[in-house]
Design a protein around this ligand. Structure first.
Ligand SMILES: Nc1nc2c(ncn2[C@@H]2O[C@H](COP(=O)(O)OP(=O)(O)OP(=O)(O)O)[C@@H](O)[C@H]2O)c(=O)[nH]1
Ligand SMILES: [Mg+2]
Length: 393
């Protein structure tokens, strides 16, 4: 049975929901798909279908099912719903690295919570330049004194965004109720429309480097019985076609792309920004892992030593309460990879929480590095720093 091919009729962007646990990200994601399915430009994805594990995907070489796709009048979006729980910040780092914009979900009932702040910080670090705020659960703070609460939360969120360089006064803050919109309440489905309009207009179409050599950080690896190994992720730059030779950095192997899909639809070529699944010829499933990079052969050279500017999070931001010194050995999250690294602070020797410092890092293994690349530093399940590569050594 042949499946309908992907037709590129509108510009494609990657967005996602982030924010504190239980503030309503998944409910809102389901509500967006419901509103757009009623408009005829998307397929409704119910709440309990959004968090499914990739292994459950049965049809085609489908991509990570934490992503949903939909269209507005002007754009095609891939939307990733990021978990709020602190343990999942790792997924947030990999998800967010590919976002052109983000919807920060804040419960109007609870206001800013620790992961609200952490996600804003990480988004800034991994290069998410535009945030739209969904002030969710607005149905629960609809009248009297409660309405004042929503105003206060809105002020607080704008301040937080300004503090992290997002120009909080200009950021659209839309009061929504994912829950009521899912129930079909017209007032709140209208609020979802307003949120989508804000995303359409406030998040600009990013520059796509489609002419650069192809590069895709591997987010997930799946096996399709009888067809082979599939890797999924967002194309960081360049273009790839069925039949192209590619190199899998990390697996140290070269192969040919024998199939390409986006959201279950076959495509002849994929380009920077597309969320895709690549079928790789003759690569054993256990040879490829999340964190590996698929690239045009010879286009990138993996390295392990670099200098970086790093911001060490303060205790108040969920970071360390004690200083970092030379010899410190945390985990570095670079693109989708998670690698241990040795920190050398040179003459400065000590970095206190809240400081911005220059450091030299030696990673435990080679990864493709380049100046300007952002990364996060984590230790014992929490984010303790965020940085940018300044020079590859
Ligand atoms: N009153 C009200 N409750 C809501 C709304 N949106 C979500 N909830 C409730 O809030 C709870 C959490 O919703 P989720 O959508 O699972 O929240 P989440 O942010 O995805 O949570 P994690 O993925 O665990 O971080 C559920 O009980 C929802 O029914 C809303 O707009 N109004
Ligand atoms: Mg959720």
């Amino acid at each position: 049975m042949s499946r309908t091919a992907y037709v590129r009729t509108k510009p494609h962007l990657n967005i996602g929901t982030m924010g504190h646990v239980d503030h309503g990200k998944t409910t809102l994601t389901a509500a967006i798909t419901k509103v757009l399915s009623e408009r005829g430009t998307g397929t409704f994805v119910p709440f309990d279908r959004i968090d499914r594990a990739p292994e459950e995907a049965r049809r085609g070489i489908t991509i990570n099912v934490a992503h949903v796709e939909y269209e507005t009048d002007t754009r095609h979006y891939a939307h990733v719903d990021m978990p709020g729980h602190a343990d999942y910040v790792k997924n947030m780092v990999t998800g967010a690295a590919q976002l052109d914009g983000a919807i920060l979900v804040v419960s109007a009932l609870d206001g800013i919570m620790p992961q609200t702040t952490e996600h804003v910080l990480l988004a800034r670090q991994v290069g998410v330049d535009h945030i739209v705020v969904a002030l969710n659960k607005a149905d629960a703070v609809d009248d009297g004194e409660d309405a004042v609460l929503a105003d206060l939360v809105e002020l607080e969120v704008r301040e937080l965004l300004t503090a992290h360089g997002y120009g909080g006064d200009a950021v659209p803050v839309v009061r929504v109720s994912g829950l009521k919109a899912l129930e079909g309440d017209p007032r709140w489905t209208g609020a979802i429309e307003a949120l989508l309009d804000a995303v359409d207009t406030y998040v600009p179409m990013p520059v796509r480097y489609v002419d650069a050599p192809f590069l895709l950080p591997v987010e997930n690896v799946l096996t399709i019985t009888g067809r082979g190994t599939v890797v999924t992720g967002a194309v960081e730059r360049g273009t790839v076609r069925v039949g192209d030779r590619v190199e899998v950095l990390g697996a140290d192997t070269e192969t040919v792309v024998t199939g390409l899909e986006t959201f279950g639809k076959p495509m002849e070529s994929a380009q920077a920004g597309d969320n895709v699944a690549l079928l790789l010829r003759g690569v054993p499933r256990d040879a490829v892992r999340r964190g590996h990079v698929v690239a045009a052969p010879g286009s990138v050279e993996p390295r392990r030593r670099f200098t970086a500017r790093v911001y060490v999070l303060s205790g108040r931001e969920g970071g360390r309460t004690t200083p970092v010194t030379t010899g410190y050995r945390p985990q570095f999250y670079v693109r989708t990879a998670d690698v241990v690294g040795d920190v050398d602070l040179g003459e400065v020797a000590v970095a206190r929480p809240g400081d911005t410092v220059t450091m030299t890092v030696e990673l435990g293994r080679d990864v493709p590095l380049e100046p300007g690349l952002g990364f996060a530093i984590r230790e014992g399940g929490r984010t303790v720093g965020a940085g940018t590569v300044t020079e590859v050594l």
